[in-house]
Design a protein around this ligand. Structure first.
Ligand code: 6R9
Length: 655
């Protein structure tokens, strides 16, 4: 996929202005971050981040900006104290901006809520008081399993306000996935809703929580937001309605200052093993970087912009760029509950038109879906308010970039292609809209104050115009601090391949002759489906947990819409009968139930054997070749190369 991308860009080069699309003059003249930003950061990297930290309100200043004496365990702004929620809400109200809109929230069925900063403060304080009444204390973990509704944000900020650690689980995940995360984080309280709206129908959330709680102990309270009005069961003594508990709370709550390294949240992400990793983020450094990057990358002007990250809050993008970044910068944001095609395929563009959205941030998979639906859909709306576009989640192929630029951005809006990860907390490689000449398909340059390099297998930095692995060679403020409860895994996964000072990102990368960085996708066995990271092992474990399946191998095959599609190869147990389509359907449903709909394989093939190395490792690379209809790569390490012929012969010719 990666090679094609670079080639495509060259093929499309006739459409591109020499050296890339220059920043619009007016934007460059008034940009939050100009060329001097790179110079300042290069001259004094840590000092640059200290300046960024000074954009926040600190109750106690730090004594040391960075303690990297025990790598890879970083401490930023040592000795400093602040309250993250007060920085996102109270300080704007105190500065006289209480009546500014924080969120224009739009429900899928068409209901709306406008929430000002003053109202947000009241709601967050009420929610904080409610959590305290439920016995939540500083350091306790609170699981959040909610749809895209304002209460999700109230709860996250309420946790931050009282020093509790939130752990948001994407509403699309199954009861099993929820249970294992609750167990791993040892959450005491779950905040959920009766249901949420997706694709025009209410879906149940509370029943999933009930089922999850039969599989994990330790949760003593479940707080249930009234969203859809569905009938749900309430367990006496454990479950309480939001309307009963939160609504009667006081709007007064005094925010306490917490240490800069106080844990803020855990977000689970797939690794190479079946057990998801609980990525831990802390307070001062995290907020410093998400706030600064949001302001600089998106050129956010709080008095005039209407900002929209069209992503789920249950993804790190939602945490950093729907909640913490925008609020810390006093942005007015749009938040939309539902899917882009409900009730019609122009829904997003209708929202842009109605609210005068100026900045839109979304994922390539969605852009490719819009491309599939046709140019005439966005053409039916007035999108002239837009001035800047963003992309995140996977490499954006130049065709999609150019489509986005032309059909959504009217040819006038810069696109910032932002590379980062759950682990990095905030943007790491991205153009700056007032500075960078844009090259479609490349995330281009490390953000000021970030040190990213492309290295070979031994860790030697590569010259321009070569392909290798992406590494980060200096600590950064919003870096993950550890994997929850597993320091060893933290060191092993990220900081052992090239030593304890070098972060291994797990992405392949190429630096072109002009020094632009092109991201080439995961080099480990993590798939990226519609911007969601799913490990092959996780899906394999789910398949193998079905009574008919003996062995399974899963690969991510290039998919024109979702980035990658999940293709599974399964070997049936000896006593199982191959019931054809019926069995495939059953297996798909099984994976849905075990992990969630997002992990349901696009294709499942029943095979006799799987290609393995002599050490017993499945050669997914070869299966990927098969799944993508390519000629097979090197088969010399296979125990039995005839296996591949057998597998290929099973494939429908369409692939
Ligand atoms: C924010 C987010 C991280 C992985 C990352 C990479 C891919 C994200 C990208 C990109 C190319 C971009 N990725 N942004 N690849 N260009 N602009 O997506 O976090 O869910 O943890 O995924 O996503 O492979 O390693 P997360």
């Amino acid at each position: 996929m990666s090679e094609t991308q670079t080639n495509d860009a060259q093929g499309l080069s006739s459409q591109l202005p020499e050296g890339g699309f220059p920043p619009p003059e007016a934007l460059a003249a008034a940009a939050n971050a100009g060329p001097d930003t790179y110079e300042r950061a290069a001259a004094d990297r840590v000092g640059f981040w200290e300046d960024a930290a000074r954009r926040l309100d600190w109750d106690q200043p730090w004594e040391q900006a960075l303690d990297w004496s025990n790598p890879p365990f970083a401490k930023w702004f040592v000795g400093g104290k602040l309250n993250v929620a007060a920085n996102c809400v109270d300080r704007h109200v105190d500065a006289g901006h209480g009546s500014q809109v924080a969120y224009h929230w739009i429900g899928e069925p068409g209901d709306t809520r406008t929430i000002t900063y003053a109202q947000l403060k009241d709601e967050v304080c009420k929610t904080a008081n409610a959590l305290i009444e439920l016995g939540v204390q500083s350091g306790d973990r609170v699981a959040i399993y909610l749809p895209m509704i304002p209460e999700t944000i109230f709860t996250m900020l309420a946790c931050a306000r009282i020093g509790a650690v939130h752990m948001v689980v994407f509403g699309g995940f199954s009861p099993d996935a929820l249970a294992s995360r609750i167990t791993d984080a040892d959450a005491k309280v779950v905040v959920t809703a009766d249901g949420g709206y997706r694709r025009g129908a209410p879906s149940g959330l509370k029943p999933n929580v009930d089922e999850a709680l039969t599989k994990t102990d330790g949760v003593r309270s479940v707080l249930v937001v009234n969203r859809t009005g569905q009938d749900v069961e309430m367990t006496e003594g454990r479950d309480v309605w939001w309307s009963d508990l939160v609504e009667r709370q006081s709007t007064e709550h005094t925010a306490e200052a917490f240490d800069a390294e106080h844990p803020l949240y855990i977000m689970y992400t797939s690794g190479t093993t079946a057990k998801p990793k609980g990525i831990l983020h802390t307070s001062g450094g995290y907020l410093t970087q998400v706030s600064y990057t949001h302001w600089a990358t998106f050129d956010l002007k709080p008095d005039t912009d209407v900002y929209w990250t069209a992503a789920d809050v249950g993804w790190v993008t939602g945490h950093s760029y729907i909640v913490y970044g925008p609020l810390s910068n006093r942005a007015t944001s749009v938040m939309y509950e539902g899917t882009p095609e409900t009730p019609h395929r122009g829904r997003w563009w209708e929202i842009v038109q109605e609210y005068g959205v100026t900045i839109l941030y979304t994922a390539p998979t969605t852009i490719r879906t819009f491309m599939k639906w046709g140019d005439d859909v966005p053409a039916g709306f007035d999108l002239s308010s837009l001035r800047l576009l963003g992309s995140v989640g996977e490499p954006i192929n130049p065709e999609a970039w150019l489509w986005y630029h032309k059909n959504i951005g009217g040819g006038r809006c810069p696109i910032v292609d932002t590379w980062w990860q759950t682990e990095t907390g905030g943007h790491m490689i991205t153009p700056l809209p007032g500075v960078t000449k844009l090259v479609p398909g490349s995330a281009q340059h490390p953000f000021p104050g970030i040190s990213a390099k492309v290295v070979d297998d031994e860790g030697n930095e590569l010259a321009d115009d070569s392909t290798g692995l992406l590494v980060l060679t200096e600590p950064w403020p919003s870096m993950l601090r550890t994997i929850w409860g597993d320091d060893d895994r933290y060191v092993d996964t990220y900081w052992s391949r090239f030593g304890k000072n070098v972060y291994f990102a797990g992405d392949g990368a190429k630096k072109d002759a002009d020094g632009n960085i092109w991201l080439l996708g995961r080099v480990d066995d993590v798939m990226n489906v519609s911007g969601h990271r799913i490990s092959t092992t996780e899906v394999e474990s789910a398949l193998v947990s079905h009574p008919t399946v003996a062995e399974a191998a899963v690969v991510g095959a290039t998919d024109p819409t979702t980035g990658q599609g999940i293709v599974a190869f399964v070997i049936l147990r000896g006593d199982a009968v191959d019931r054809g389509e019926e069995l495939v359907k059953e297996l798909r449903l099984h994976v849905r139930k075990e992990i969630g709909p997002i992990a349901s394989p696009r294709q499942i093939m029943v095979v006799q054997e799987l290609p393995k190395t002599r050490s017993g490792k499945i050669m997914r690379r070869l299966l990927r070749d098969v799944a993508e209809n390519r000629e097979l790569g090197d088969v010399t390490t296979l125990t039995d190369s005839s296996v591949m012929e057998l597998i290929s012969s099973k494939l429908p010719s369409s692939g």
